[in-house]
Ligand binder design. Structure first.
Ligand SMILES: *Cc1c(COP(=O)(O)O)cnc(C)c1O
Length: 371
């Protein structure tokens, strides 16, 4: 008798797509024997705050101990900063953990989770993995159509996932539009507002999630330490929302989900406003240069509120990305997200962006001469 796991694993799990991360630098360098730069995972090219690094070193010697399972100090710090109570903050293993746990709590067979097409893949994976029925609404001009999303709600909808700004298109919706949307959402539907790229947004009318939370208890905001804080490798993020929901989230997470090193780093990172400021400024400057460079090549990058740029090439992106890989530039083709003609380029350091633009120019010219 042979063990047949495919019969033991239920259909709704077997049918899930695999989340495809950006290629690791080491893998490319090992396989192709070249020096590579990675602009594929929206990481912070300036790295963590020096204060966070110092906190990491200091915390390392306590690694034989379990961390604070209640993440008290960090929760209190975030609560104070965001103007809420510590009981309204959930600390997760990246915001990824919160994305999954919300679906686990609110969905079951027959209930629906709603999101957009062309958005962060873990949203739809969380809905399906937790037996929910997935509903998706098409993008409109690379951005969410909040109106269409509101119209797609049914009596079975329990959770709506929105990334603002959106990944991978880099667009954002403003406060007025979001407030109008929230007014249409019934109280028993949880709106998960993922603000992973919030700091990078340049538009001035971004929704104020803390204030909206006061009048909309069904709003759960997610933030991460993976992007502007430069701590992606430590896996830490948080959710801000209703305390009954937060208490339930804490019941189902694993005990000691977040390491002591990650907690210490996040505590220090929150305080280093100067580093955040420097990262945001550098990003804005380099993002503008990257967009201008892409336009000069005749491409049509989408205006971005994030630390990456989305380009609809109009032709298959895979071959381009493959050639760039051989020139040591790792980008993220979006074929696995059903956007085969699109590529996402993370904003790197000035040097990295220059290398990316030069490599892209060379590859495009090569492609044109062969055509
Ligand atoms: C990068 C990203 C996150 C961060 O996930 P972590 O698990 O916190 O690293 C969350 N949401 C979106 C839309 C992202 O692009």
């Amino acid at each position: 008798m042979s063990l047949r796991f495919e019969e033991l694993i239920p259909d709704y799990i077997r049918g899930l797509p695999v989340y495809v991360p950006g290629k690791p630098i080491e893998e490319v360098e090992r396989e192709l024997k070249i020096h590579a730069i990675k602009l594929a995972s929206n990481e912070n090219p300036l790295g963590p705050s020096p204060k966070a690094l110092a906190a990491i070193h200091a915390a390392a010697s306590e690694t034989h101990r379990y961390p604070d399972g209640g993440t008290k100090v960090l929760r209190e710090k975030i609560a104070q900063w965001r103007g809420v109570r510590a009981e309204q903050i959930f600390i997760g293993l990246g915001s990824s953990e919160a994305i999954d746990i919300v679906a686990r709590l609110l969905l079951r067979e027959g209930l629906e989770g709603l999101t957009s097409e062309g958005t962060y893949a873990p949203f739809s994976i969380a809905i399906r993995m937790n037996r929910g029925i997935l509903r998706q609404v098409p993008l409109r001009n690379y951005g969410y159509s909040l109106e269409a999303i509101a119209e797609a709600m049914t009596a079975a909808t329990r959770v709506i996932y929105l990334a603002n700004p959106n990944n991978p298109t880099g667009t954002a919706f403003g406060a007025t539009e979001f407030e109008k949307f929230l007014e249409r959402v019934p109280e028993n539907v949880c709106v998960v507002l993922d603000e992973a790229y919030f700091h990078y947004a340049s538009r001035e009318d971004m929704p104020h999630s803390n204030e909206l939370f006061r009048t909309h208890q069904n709003l759960l905001t997610l933030r991460t330490f993976s992007k502007v804080y430069g701590l992606a490798g430590l896996r830490i993020g948080y959710a801000l929302g209703n305390e009954t929901l937060v208490a339930a989230m804490n019941k189902v997470r694993t005990p000691f989900n977040v390491s002591g090193i990650a907690q210490a780093a996040a505590i220090a990172a929150v305080d280093d406003k100067e580093h955040v400021h420097r990262c945001v400024e550098t990003n804005a400057r380099e993002r503008a240069r990257l967009i201008a460079g892409l336009r000069e090549m005749g491409l049509k990058p989408v205006e971005s509120e994030t630390n990456f740029v989305f380009v609809d090439l109009g032709f298959d992106a895979k071959a381009l990305c493959e050639e760039l890989l051989h020139r040591g530039v790792i980008l993220r083709p979006l074929g696995w997200m059903e956007m085969p003609k699109a590529v996402r380029i993370s904003v790197g350091t000035a040097e990295e962006n220059t290398k990316c633009l030069e490599a892209m120019n060379a590859v495009l010219r090569g492609m044109a001469s062969r055509a």
